[in-house]
Design a protein around this ligand. Structure first.
Ligand SMILES: NC(=O)C1=CN([C@@H]2O[C@H](COP(=O)(O)OP(=O)(O)OC[C@H]3O[C@@H](n4cnc5c(N)ncnc54)[C@H](O)[C@@H]3O)[C@@H](O)[C@H]2O)C=CC1
Ligand SMILES: O=C(O)C(=O)COP(=O)(O)O
Length: 466
């Protein structure tokens, strides 16, 4: 197999070290590499680009990322450090300074403050759906790609919500708690079938739409509110306003992302607009529902039951942490009847976690080894067909730059005298991503190319793979 090397930008000594060392010294490739990459156009004799010394790629995986993902990254020869929980900010900053790749789930906050310290970081993998925990713009402005798994756990969330609708309708949580405490309390008052009731879904995306199908199969009528005009599945019906949904639904469930517009979108006013005796479920993000307002609505009987899977503040790991120190209203919340509280487990099934591990780890490998941004949530999607074994002396230039006029002229001045086999560039907002495969280059030329790109005023990050 032809070796390939990665010249990374930020630490000059890193680039120097990798230009001067022997390309074969530490290179190895697992046999599964080709299939694991999931290329769009598989080439029989594809040359597998790789960073020069895979053991130099340091990966930090937090929050108990599934073994499937850990294995894919370890098999590449990367140095993988794995922790079960997230880290407090000061410890995160210490650790992130070193790593090229970080894998997180919904808990770890990668703010601009944290990312500023991540001098070697090239890519972030969110092993979940939500990416609100990452400052995506800061990452893009600094050439750090972010990947997630857009729908591997959607079904798990939808199934949890279906279960919760029935649990709330039958007050199952309370009856079960009572029996655990030795109390037999056989009641039918305030208990219902869900057949014929109306489910109101806020956010008809991957999860909302999946839930819609399941709910109809159980005899519910479905209405939904979304800022986009989205095709209804089955006999579901889109309503024009949130108020309309709140006034008609017996069960209301939130499936929106955490963005400024959704913060506190269910508060006192919205509770007042709900039918008396309705139910609320939130398995999206903790900031979507104003919890003190929910407590009031439940105490007054306006809301007959609720299920919460997510909270404004969530503990870093498992343990005895769901108390008033974490959220001031913790004790009030825990005292309510017909309230199901779960520790952010919507996506926590074996199926979902295994699939997410594979999907995100593969995206990380593709990015580190080949520069492909397919599926990135904060950079333009750029992918080039793989180089082949018949192209041993090719180099792949990746130039992430500010999206300003005149950059391509400068780029062409640098690569214009070479044979550029293929080139693709695209932009997203203020950031552009360029990839070019250049043939017949030796190590000295590559070093010159690297230095030239790095000296351009538009530069955000340069990588050269070969
Ligand atoms: N509890 C858990 O373990 C999990 C929670 N989630 C959360 O669920 C959220 C939704 O997931 P998906 O359905 O996969 O996302 P999605 O992106 O497929 O769908 C979200 C929908 O919300 C709509 N939306 C955005 N802003 C809105 C607004 N202001 N009002 C009404 N609709 C609005 C969008 O147009 C979109 O159709 C994720 O962003 C994540 O935060 C996701 C997976 C697991
Ligand atoms: O996928 C998501 O967005 C989730 O909320 C699930 O998060 P988790 O992977 O359980 O931290």
């Amino acid at each position: 197999m032809t070796s390939a090397r990665d010249i990374r930008p930020r630490q000059d000594d890193f680039a120097q070290q990798h230009l001067s060392a022997s390309p074969n010294a530490s290179f190895h490739s697992p046999s599964s590499h080709g299939s694991a990459l999931g290329r769009t156009v598989p080439l029989v004799n594809a040359k597998h680009l790789k960073p020069f010394a895979t053991q130099d790629i340091k990966v930090l995986l937090l929050e108990n990322v599934n073994q499937t993902g850990r294995e894919i990254l370890s098999q590449q020869g990367y140095q993988v450090e794995y922790l079960k929980s997230s880290l407090p900010e000061d410890q995160l900053i210490e650790k992130i300074r070193d790593v090229h790749v970080i894998g997180i789930r919904s808990k770890t906050k990668l703010t601009a403050r944290v990312l500023k310290e991540a001098k070697n970081l090239i890519v972030i993998g969110c092993f979940c759906i939500g990416t609100n925990q990452v400052d995506l713009q800061y990452a893009a402005d600094n050439g750090i790609a972010v990947f997630n798994s857009p729908f591997s756990n959607s079904r798990s969330v939808a199934e949890l919500v279906i279960g919760e609708i029935i649990m709330l309708a039958r007050q199952l949580g309370d009856r079960s708690n009572e029996m655990h405490n030795g109390t037999w309390n056989k009641v039918s008052n305030g208990c219902w079938e869900i057949r014929g009731k109306t489910l109101g879904i806020i956010g008809y995306g991957h999860i909302g739409a999946q839930l819609s199908v399941l709910a109809e199969a159980m005899g519910m009528s479905v209405i939904y509110f979304d800022v986009l005009n989205i095709m209804s599945l089955g006999t579901a019906r889109q309503v024009e306003t949130l108020e309309e949904l709140l006034g008609q639904a017996d069960y209301i469930t939130c499936h929106v992302p955490e963005i400024p517009e959704t913060k506190g979108m269910i508060g006192q006013t919205q509770f007042e607009q709900m039918k008396t005796g309705s139910y609320l479920i939130n398995a999206s993000r903790g900031t979507v529902v104003d919890i003190p307002a929910l407590i009031d609505a439940m105490r007054s009987g306006k809301v007959a039951g609720a299920a919460l899977d997510v909270y404004p503040n969530e503990p870093a790991g498992n343990g005895d942490y769901f108390n008033n120190e974490l959220n001031t209203w913790g004790a009030d919340l825990r005292s309510l009847k017909n309230l199901i509280l779960t520790p952010h487990i919507g996506g926590s099934t074996d199926e979902a976690q295994k699939a997410i591990g594979v999907e995100v780890a593969q995206a990380l490998v593709r990015y580190v080894n080949e520069g492909s941004t397919l599926g990135a949530v904060n950079l333009p999607e750029v992918v080039l067909r793989s180089l082949t074994m018949d192209e041993p002396n090719h180099a792949r230039v990746i130039y992430i730059h500010k999206n300003i006029p005149g950059v391509l002229r400068k780029v062409n001045e640098i690569i214009g005298d070479h044979n550029v086999d293929k080139q693709m560039t695209d932009s997203r907002g203020d950031v552009a991503y360029l990839m070019a495969d250049i043939s017949n280059v030796d190590t000295a030329t590559i070093k010159d190319l690297y230095t030239s790109f790095e000296s351009l005023p538009s530069r955000i990050m340069t990588r050269i793979l070969y």
